[in-house]
Design a protein around this ligand. Structure first.
Ligand code: HEC
Ligand code: HEC
Length: 242
């Protein structure tokens, strides 16, 4: 636990300006489709913030951390993903149209096969939250993530990490399988490579943009989860593989 105290000190000194500057930069993945958990505790979360978390988990790989269509997977696609910062395009689309597109996918609409039907992995509420977040990006607004959402560490993991890292951290989540990503397991051997400050840094900022290979698929959660939530979720994954 001493490590986490250190991390916390590091966070207070170094991270506050960053947290402010990057709020609204990212999306995020909240709630995995098959393992949805209703919290027994009270959870305070706007649809927009929930959408941001979902976005980072499910959409960022193609649509980009900032929603501009520049994700780590984009270069592999024959058709460019939509740019959610383009208000001229999205202002003309109703929520119903977007819902239909996201749930049924590109092919059903005579568009790109790379835009998968998400109706199988996300609940209707989750799709509506993702749309609420797309609207935020579209209006060039920011989301305030300074308040704790009320989710437990396990719920944060299920909402934001499981789609890539898998139920037990084995790297076999739905998005990992969909994109055929090789993600090494989160276990004492792999996590042992890092100090706790470095682990915080990875979860908060992802890996550097120019990182080649799979690592560029790790989203930055700094504008999405609070410091406390990041520290808690790191604590949670520390128990995998033991
Ligand atoms: C594997 C890549 C990929 C992923 C993951 C992905 N998209 Fe897309 N998306 C695309 C591509 C490519 C297009 C462009 C389709 C076209 O215009 O032919 C697109 C287009 C869209 C559009 C534009 C629809 C329109 O009316 O033109 C929306 C909205 C959208 N995606 C939402 C999402 C959401 C929400 C998620 C996550 C839940 C997501 N996408 C995940 C690749 C992806
Ligand atoms: C869109 C997919 C995706 C999501 C969502 C995601 N990660 Fe990752 N993460 C990755 C990839 C890819 C790597 C690099 C794995 C590798 O090097 O094999 C990674 C690496 C990591 C590492 C470093 C471990 C290592 O093997 O070097 C940690 C810690 C981590 N993720 C934690 C999280 C946490 C916590 C969340 C949820 C808040 C999360 N990740 C959500 C894709 C994701």
């Amino acid at each position: 636990m001493a490590g986490y105290t250190l991390v916390k000190a590091f966070v207070l000194v170094a991270m506050l300006p960053f947290l402010h500057s990057c709020i609204g930069d990212g999306g995020s993945g909240n709630h995995s489709g098959d393992t949805r958990h209703e919290s027994s505790a009270e959870v305070f979360e706007s649809p927009e913030l929930q959408g941001l978390k979902l976005y980072l988990g499910y959409c960022f790989v193609c649509h980009g951390q900032k929603g501009d269509g520049q994700g780590p997977y984009t270069a592999k696609l024959a058709d460019p993903p939509a740019d959610f910062t383009d208000s001229t395009y999205f202002v003309g689309k109703s929520d119903e149209e977007l819902y239909d597109f996201i749930s049924k996918g590109g092919v059903a609409h005579g568009k790109s096969m790379h835009m998968k039907p998400f109706g199988f992995q996300m609940t209707p509420e989750q799709i509506r939250s993702a749309i609420a977040y797309i609207r935020v990006v579209n209006r060039n607004e920011r989301i305030d993530v300074s308040a704790e959402s009320g989710y437990s560490a396990e719920e944060i993991y299920r909402n934001s990490c499981v789609m890539c890292h898998g139920e037990k951290g084995e790297g076999d989540g739905r998005v990992a399988r969909m994109l055929n990503l090789a993600i090494r397991p989160l276990n004492p051997e792999t996590l042992g490579d890092y100090s706790s400050a470095k682990l915080f840094n990875i979860v908060e900022q992802g890996f550097p943009q120019d990182t080649s290979g799979t690592r560029s698929y790790m989203p930055a959660w700094g504008g999405t989860l609070t410091e406390r939530e990041i520290i808690d979720v790191i604590d949670h994954i520390g128990a995998f593989g033991r």
